[in-house]
Design a protein around this ligand. Sequence first.
Ligand code: ZN
Ligand code: ZN
Length: 337
Amino acid sequence: MRAVRFSGVGRPLTVEDVEALRPGPGEVLLDVAAAGVCGTELHFLDGLLTPARTPITLGHEVAGVVAALGEGVDGVAVGDRVAVHYLHACHRCRWCTAGDDHLCDAPLGFLAFATDGGFAEQVAVPASSVVPVPEGVDLPTAATLCCSGTTALHAVAVAEVRSGADAVVYGVGGVGLALVQVLREAGARVVAVGRSRAKLELARELGAGVTVDASCTDVAAAVREATDGRGADVVFELVGTKETGVAALAALGKRGTLVYVGYSADRVEVDPLAMVVPEQRIVTSVGNRRAELVAALDLAARGRLVTSVTTHPLADAARVLEDLRAGRVVGRAVLVP
Ligand SMILES: [Zn+2]
Ligand SMILES: [Zn+2]
């Protein structure tokens, strides 16, 4: 079976023939239909994140068709079209029982972080981590929802966005374009900030009322202008550099919430006084809950969450990642084995 393997920082990704997989007890084996290419993969290549072991097969946004069942699996059948929740939660710990399975203390697996991911012809995952893909949603789209679309849903839930809120989406990659739509569904007014004209145009088509080109505009001033001087109620920071952090804080209004979703190697300085007086807060949002993946697939089935997907062969993984790094991917790229 072919798989895209990561062996460590500074070493090229390789497409290798690896041993065929068998589903263990409680697992299902999937024929991968598509696996999304995410900024997280760049963080691995750069050493900002380190997987639990190497070599490891990358790819944590996976959808496919069930090819075989391990011992004791029920409720899933061979031939089912499924999306995979990337963090295979235990469903027993205090976080899981509270519904926050994305914070699980004892995960059974974690695609591309601890267990082999979906940049491969097949992947084996716990049956409890797969979610049926509704009719009308194609598998490449379902794959992208496993991370970008559902991460957007989670971030909006964490931020407690109210109808009528002024929201800024800082960064219009895969997560950002999904956020624009989820915020539109929540009744927010959306300002999208980016550096690519094509991505900003897409953001506008998907529901952003205002777009700001950060390469030639003072972002905070543009946000204040778009909000009658008030500043934003919520800013979603999807880039996470020093520069974007400063601008995001400056764009925030009274009682505003800055939500960190993206990150980089940069540090950001915070001036407590400047935040205390307008009673602002900073929160963070990581990944998503399994239930949010179900909700994202449902939104997609109803045409309320669309993803612009481009498909590429597994062998092109390294090139697609470089395109992503250079900002050349509009929407989401997926690898198809
Ligand atoms: Zn991802
Ligand atoms: Zn758990």
